[in-house]
Design a protein around this ligand. Sequence first.
Ligand code: CTP
Length: 133
Amino acid sequence: MTSRNKKVITFGTFDVFHVGHLKILERARSLGDRLFVGVSTDALNQSKKGRPPVYRQEERVEIIAALRCVDEVFLEESLELKGDYIRQFRADVLVMGDDWRGRFDDFSSLCEVVYLPRTPAISTTEVIERIRY
Ligand code: CTP
């Protein structure tokens, strides 16, 4: 395979888009040539984080799709489908933030699994709290 075909996949809610989101997407893209991003549905976010997102899934998809570093966006319906998405997009690399370290090691039979360090001192939760008070 030439390096021009290396495909990277990553997942997240990306609600209330912030610089930590931008940085992980840019770093993920720099590991290959095409970046596919699975954006959690509103229902998945509710079950994962126990609250509805501020921005609806259609809005979050539109924001992520507009980024220069992103080639394709799809909705992530269920955490259990990650392996199916990796296969569907023929991803060579799975990138996750290191808050998930170790949790996706099983996928190393399908592709390379890379955990990137989170940007310190910012999160969607923190931004919501900052606005609220
Ligand atoms: N991320 C990051 N640095 C941050 C915040 C998030 O690198 N400061 C990464 C996460 O590791 C994940 C992706 O961005 O790979 C999407 O994270 P998401 O859960 O949507 O964002 P958070 O800001 O962590 O949201 P929350 O506060 O709701 O948990």
